[in-house]
Design a protein around this ligand. Structure first.
Ligand code: NDP
Length: 448
C-alpha cells in the first residue's frame, strides 16, 4: 500500500499534463489531474486548434476569389463570423470530450478544481481538501502577457479572440510574433483593417530573415499595416466603445479591438511553489533538469511552464518522457535538436534547424540554396505572391542544417522534409531524390 493518496498528482490538464497522466496510469500509477478551467489546455481550448480552424475559415476569402479564375461562377459571398465562431467552439467542445474520455478510460481521476502546492508531497484543492502524492507534476502552461499601461484592461488576448461578437472593423495588434502574425492574417481575410505594432523593428525573431522579410512584404502588399519601434503609452476608451491606442511617439491609432500578442509567461502565479522549494528563473519559468525534475526532488514540470520551447508537441514529449522515466522504469530525455515549427500566417511559414545567420555563426562556411517561385496555382489565379524556400548547408560536410520556407502549405511540406534534416541527410541526398511533379515540394530536390 502506498503512503500517499496518489502516485502522481498532475496540476493542469493541457497537452503535457494529459499525456503524462495517461502514460503514468498505463504504467500502473494511481493518477489524479486537477484542472481549474477546461480539459485540453491552451492548444485545444484557446490556441492551436481553434486558431487553425479560423485559418481554414479565413482562407475561403481568397479561394472564393480565385475560384472564378478556375472557371467557377461564384456569386458574391458574405462571411458570417458567428457561424464560424460557433462551429469552431462546438469542435473545441467535441475535442474536450475526447480528452476527458482518454483520462477516464485510463483510470485517471479528473478533479475540476484549482490546486496549489503546499509541500513536496501535498496539494490543496480549491474546496479545501488536502491531497498527498508521491510525485507532483506541474503542467500549468503559460499565460498571455498584458503590458502594464494605463487602459490595458480594454485590450483582449488571444484567449478572448475566439469569442468575439463580431469581427472588428479595425484591429490593432501589439506584438510581432506568432500570435500577432497569425491573427493579422486571419482577420485581414475576414475584412478587418489590421495594424500590427511591435516594440522592435523585427517580426518573428528566431525565424530566417529572408523568410520573415517575405512575409512582411506580402502582408504589406495585401494591406496589413505595420508600425515598428513603437512603445505603447496608454489606451483610451471612447464613449462609443471604440479605442484609441497611444504610443510614446507618433500618432495614436483608433480601433475597435486591441489584441495583446506580446508573448506568454509561465503560469506559476499563486501555485505555492515556495512551499516546496521549487525554483524559478528570472522569467518566472520553473527550472528543471533534463528529466523535467525541479529543484524539489518529488516535483516535476513539463510544457510551457518551463519555457523550454513553447510548442504543443514538445510539451507532449516532455510529459511522455517524464511518465516513462518516473513510472515506466525507462529514463528518457527529450531531444530538442531540429524541432520544426510553423507560423500559420497568410501565407504560412515553417522552418527547421539553423537559420542562415545561425549557421554562419556556428559553422563559419555555409552554402545557401534558394528557390523563389510563384506557385502554379497563384499564376493562374493572377496572384503575384511568391513562395520562398531556403536550404542552409554545412559547406564542409554537405549536411543540410536548416530548411526554411514561406508559401502555400509550407508547414505540411516542411514536416516531411524535417525528417531528412533531423536525420542529417546531405544536399546530395536531397538531389538524388527524383522530383514529384508538379508540386511545390519538388523545389526541395531541385535547388541550385
Ligand atoms: P512571441 O514570443 O512569438 O512574440 C512576442 C512578440 O511581442 C515579439 O514580437 C516581442 O517583440 C513582443 N513583445 C514582447 N514583450 C512585449 C512587451 N512587453 N510589449 C510589447 N511587445 C512585446 O509571442 P506570442 O504571444 O505571439 O506567442 C507566444 C508563444 O506561443 C510563442 O513564442 C510560441 O512559442 C507559441 N505559439 C506557437 C504557435 C505556433 O506554433 N504556430 C502559435 C501561437 C503561439 P520583440 O521580439 O521584437 O522584442
Amino acid at each position: 500500500m502506498s503512503d500517499y493518496d496518489f502516485d502522481l498528482f498532475v496540476i493542469g490538464a493541457g497537452s503535457g499534463g494529459v499525456r503524462a497522466s495517461r502514460v503514468a496510469s498505463a504504467h500502473g500509477a494511481k493518477v489524479a489531474v486537477a484542472e481549474e478551467y477546461r480539459v485540453g489546455g491552451t492548444c485545444v481550448i484557446r490556441g492551436c486548434v481553434p486558431k487553425k480552424l479560423l485559418v481554414y475559415g479565413a482562407h475561403f476569402a481568397g479561394d472564393l476569389k480565385d475560384a472564378r479564375r478556375f472557371g467557377w461562377k461564384v456569386p458574391d459571398c458574405a462571411f458570417e463570423w458567428p457561424v464560424l465562431r460557433d462551429n469552431v467552439l462546438a469542435d473545441v467542445d467535441r475535442l474536450e470530450g475526447l480528452y476527458k474520455n482518454t483520462l477516464d478510460s485510463h483510470g485517471v481521476e479528473l478533479i475540476p478544481e484549482r490546486a496549489t502546492i503546499t509541500g513536496p508531497h501535498s496539494v490543496k484543492l480549491a474546496n479545501g481538501r488536502e491531497v498527498s502524492a508521491r510525485h507532483v507534476l506541474i503542467a500549468t502552461g503559460a499565460w498571455p502577457v498584458v503590458p502594464e499601461v494605463e487602459g490595458a484592461e480594454h485590450g483582449l488576448t488571444s484567449n478572448e479572440m475566439f469569442h468575439l461578437d463580431e469581427t472588428p472593423r479595425r484591429l490593432v495588434i501589439i506584438g510581432g510574433g506568432y500570435i500577432a502574425n497569425e491573427f493579422a492574417g486571419i482577420f485581414h481575410q475576414f475584412g478587418s483593417q489590421v495594424t500590427l505594432v511591435n516594440r522592435s523593428s523585427t517580426l518573428l525573431r528566431g525565424y530566417d530573415e529572408s523568410i520573415r522579410d517575405r512575409l512582411m512584404q506580402i502582408s504589406t502588399t495585401k494591406g496589413i499595416q505595420f508600425r515598428f519601434n513603437a512603445q505603447l503609452d496608454r489606451i483610451v476608451k471612447n464613449e462609443d466603445d471604440t479605442l484609441c491606442v497611444h504610443f510614446s511617439e507618433g500618432d495614436p491609432i483608433p480601433c475597435d479591438v486591441l489584441l495583446f500578442a506580446a508573448g506568454r509567461r509561465p503560469h506559476t502565479g499563486g501555485l505555492g511553489l515556495e512551499n516546496a522549494g521549487v525554483e524559478v528563473d528570472g522569467k518566472g519559468a520553473i527550472k528543471v533538469d533534463e528529466y523535467s525534475r525541479t529543484s524539489c526532488e518529488s516535483i516535476y514540470a513539463v510544457g510551457d511552464v518551463t519555457d523550454r520551447l513553447q510548442l504543443t508537441p514538445v510539451a507532449i514529449r516532455e510529459g511522455h518522457a517524464f511518465a516513462d522515466t518516473v513510472f515506466g522504469d525507462n529514463p528518457r530525455t527529450v531531444d530538442y535538436d531540429c524541432v520544426p515549427s510553423a507560423v500559420f500566417s497568410d501565407p504560412p511559414m515553417a522552418g527547421v534547424g539553423l537559420t542562415e545567420a545561425q549557421a554562419k555563426n556556428k559553422l563559419g562556411t555555409v552554402k545557401v540554396y534558394t528557390s523563389d517561385f510563384r506557385p502554379m496555382k497563384n499564376v493562374l489565379a493572377g496572384r503575384e505572391e511568391r513562395a520562398l524556400y531556403k536550404m542552409v548547408v554545412d559547406a564542409t560536410t554537405d549536411c543540410v542544417v536548416g530548411l526554411h520556407m514561406i508559401g502555400p502549405d509550407a508547414p505540411e511540406i516542411l514536416q516531411a522534409a524535417a525528417i531528412a534534416v533531423k536525420a542529417g541527410l546531405t544536399k546530395q541526398q536531397f538531389d538524388d531524390t527524383v522530383a514529384l511533379h508538379p508540386s511545390m515540394a519538388e523545389e526541395l530536390v531541385l535547388l541550385k
